[in-house]
Ligand binder design. Structure first.
Ligand code: HEM
Ligand SMILES: *[C@@H]1O[C@H](CO)[C@@H](O)[C@H](O)[C@H]1NC(C)=O
Ligand SMILES: *[C@@H]1O[C@H](CO)[C@@H](O)[C@H](O)[C@H]1NC(C)=O
Ligand SMILES: *[C@@H]1O[C@H](CO)[C@@H](O)[C@H](O)[C@H]1NC(C)=O
Ligand SMILES: *[C@@H]1O[C@H](CO)[C@@H](O)[C@H](O)[C@H]1NC(C)=O
Length: 324
């Protein structure tokens, strides 16, 4: 992470101003859009429950890097290093094929109308709703970028080693509050992480040669079994105790030292964020309310740039992609 580059990149972030995002944006041009997206997500859940979490994560990795513009879905080209192989995304982001499937279903009914950037926003909402979490109205009308930037993703996306102070600061640069940070981290109520993301925490937290003292000992033992030193670091563990149900279990787990990632547990360790963790752990309604607010703010992130409705979410429409 380069702290020098970050302020420069973020200067260009504007929220909700360039394109007029609004609910029901496709009601005239593709009235079935939201039903179609939810339908494909339901099928994805039946095939593999985790894929909902994997697709929901896209909203974070898309919107933080040059706004919600589906840049993270672009494949690399000979002239453009995209975001799929960035530090946080390589061997980690998955279920791109679910978005392809949504796009294909939409193109059949209303070709060239619904952006991939909006698909991510609808699919993320549906993933949460279908997992037992809140349901909400999303604003639509985004355009897809013509390019992507691996460098921007490398510089912006936070590591699982990040502490709460760093995360508060990072989210603040996107006009997201401390409460937004804690609520949005509740996304880890569903899904899994790799041993890769927790090895240092288990064996050498902050270079001490010791595990993170914030671990509850039994939970730590469980992770030692899952992730021994010589493990294939692609092995995955659950991010909370109920990984296919979107609920406030994640916060209860943090309260008892059972957070998977250091960047999760730090929200309980740090006094500035602990109050929200405690509140959400005892009041699921408060968590859901704050979560919806956070997701809407996250979905509002935009930068000023040319855009289009991609035919295929993986490639810009019939033009050279090296336009930056
Ligand atoms: C606060 C800073 C955050 C950090 C440092 C972070 C980091 C991570 C890491 C390291 C993983 C596991 C990746 C792996 O081991 O391959 C993960 C998984 C995940 N993240 Fe985050 N994350 C953060 C915030 C968010 C937000 C805001 C969202 C959604 C809005 C989100 C959604 C997810 C989901 C759903 C998964 C599970 C994905 C799956 O099972 O495939 N995360 N995150
Ligand atoms: C930042 O967030 C605050 C509170 O949610 C809001 O009132 C304000 O308009 C936002 N600023 C920008 C630049 O979006
Ligand atoms: C948090 O991380 C930053 C750098 O990422 C470091 O400078 C700071 O000392 C850390 N703060 C705490 C309280 O550990
Ligand atoms: C732990 O990390 C520190 C600092 O990065 C490093 O010098 C040390 O060799 C590491 N120890 C082990 C056992 O990996
Ligand atoms: C995980 O799997 C990928 C793809 O099979 C491989 O390239 C990578 O080296 C593995 N990563 C780790 C940390 O073992």
């Amino acid at each position: 992470m380069s702290p020098l580059l970050l302020p420069f990149l973020l200067l260009h972030i504007i929220t909700g101003a360039a394109l007029q995002l609004r609910p029901g944006y496709y009601s005239g041009t593709c009235p079935a859009a939201e039903i179609i997206v939810r339908d494909v997500m339901k099928k994805a859940f039946v095939r593999e429950p985790r894929s909902l979490a994997s697709v929901m994560r896209f909203q974070f990795h898309d919107c933080f890097v040059n706004g919600c513009d589906a840049s993270m879905l672009l494949d690399d080209t000979p002239t453009m290093l995209g975001e799929k192989l960035s530090l946080s995304n390589i061997n980690s982001l998955r279920s791109y094929e679910v978005v392809d499937e949504v796009k294909k279903a939409l193109e059949k009914v209303c070709p060239g109308v619904v952006s991939c950037a909006d698909i991510i926003i609808m699919a993320a909402r549906d993933a949460v709703a279908l997992s037992g979490g809140p349901d909400w109205e999303v604003k639509l009308g985004r355009l897809d970028s013509l390019t992507a930037s691996q460098e921007a993703s490398d510089n912006i996306m936070p590591s699982p080693r990040a502490n709460a102070t760093f995360l508060i600061d990072l989210f603040g640069k996107f006009n997201l509050s401390v409460k937004d940070l804690v609520a949005l981290s509740g996304s880890h109520s569903i899904g899994q992480g790799r041993c890769f993301s927790v090895m240092y925490r288990l064996y050498n937290q902050s270079g001490t040669g010791r595990p993170d003292p914030a671990f509850e000992p039994k939970f730590r033992e469980k992770l030692y079994k899952l992730c021994p030193l010589n493990v294939d670091q692609n092995v995955t563990g659950d991010l909370d105790a109920t990984p296919i149900i979107f609920d406030n279990q994640y916060f209860m787990d943090l309260d008892s030292g059972r957070g998977f990632l250091y960047s999760d547990q730090t929200l309980f360790t740090c006094p500035q964020t602990r109050g929200f963790v405690k509140q959400f752990s005892i009041d699921q309604g408060e968590f859901f309310k704050a979560y919806v607010e956070g997701m809407i703010k996250l979905g509002d992130l935009q930068i000023e740039q040319p855009g289009e409705i991609r035919e295929n979410c993986r490639v810009a429409n019939g033009r050279p992609v090296n336009t930056f």
